[in-house]
Design a binder for this molecule. Structure first.
Ligand SMILES: *Cc1c(COP(=O)(O)O)cnc(C)c1O
Length: 231
């Protein structure tokens, strides 16, 4: 790992993001040393995709890191990111919640850990069939079903989405625009705008357009850490 290169890329990314947008550094596949290096540059919010990887890294790193879980979460893996004793800090925000079954499990687990888990609902906006997420109608229905009564230990703080992985810039903008509109409509109708505050959209390749469509939180890995190498 090149420390100077990391510092330079981090500075460039930070300079490209307005102050009202939160930067989550996506550290999946990165070593504890790489994460520590970015921490030493002052960064505190990190995002992981794989439950066991988050569970394994968290105890090896400073306790004041704000961990975001941004991957697809299966109900049977909730225990890894909401550990009971000895409890490291819980996961600050879970971005990819896309089923009532998962909400049931999160609520149960959060209750037994004695905490309220903050989450975002993932909305399907891209073309790929493999991308997870709720359809906009399902989001309306879920949020109208009385989530506070149904899942008292979970708070839905906003939405998350991933645009199609395509070179078609207009398509990416359309998809982010659609998600931004859904977010704004929910805020201006049945959601409390003081609670429903986060719109997580934008990655290394499409953060600028996501921000221009109203993103409040970008998830950026490659532009900070360099290309990922999967083993
Ligand atoms: C990997 C990942 C990112 C970061 O992608 P980069 O292109 O490396 O910035 C963001 N969001 C999710 C959900 C991811 O899985």
């Amino acid at each position: 790992m090149e420390l100077d290169a990391l510092a330079k890329r981090y500075a460039q990314v930070k300079a490209s993001i307005p102050s009202h947008v939160k930067l989550v550094a996506v550290s999946k596949t990165r070593t504890v040393e790489e994460i520590q290096a970015l921490y030493d540059l002052g960064h505190r919010a990190f995002g992981e995709n794989y439950p066991q990887e988050l569970r394994d890294k968290q105890p090896l790193l400073p306790a004041d890191i704000e961990w975001h879980f941004i991957g697809h979460l299966q109900s049977n893996k909730v225990k890894y990111i909401l550990p009971k004793d000895p409890g490291p800090a819980s996961t600050h925000l879970i971005h990819g919640v896309d089923s009532t079954k998962l909400l049931d499990e999160l609520d149960k687990r959060a209750a037994s850990c004695g905490l309220v888990q903050v989450v975002l609902l993932q909305v399907h906006i891209g073309q790929e069939e493999t991308k997870h997420g709720l359809l906009p109608d399902e989001v309306w229905e879920l949020l109208r079903s009385g989530p506070l009564l149904r899942w008292p230990n979970v708070r839905v703080r906003g939405l998350m989405g991933m645009a199609s992985n395509t070179d078609d810039a207009e398509q990416v903008r359309r998809e982010f625009h659609g998600l931004g509109e859904l977010f704004r409509k929910l805020r201006s109708s049945d959601q409390d705008p003081a609670v429903f505050t986060e719109l997580s959209m934008g990655m290394s390749g499409d953060a600028a357009v996501a921000i221009s469509e109203g993103s409040t939180l970008v998830r950026i890995g490659t532009a900070i850490f360099g290309e990922r190498v999967y083993e």
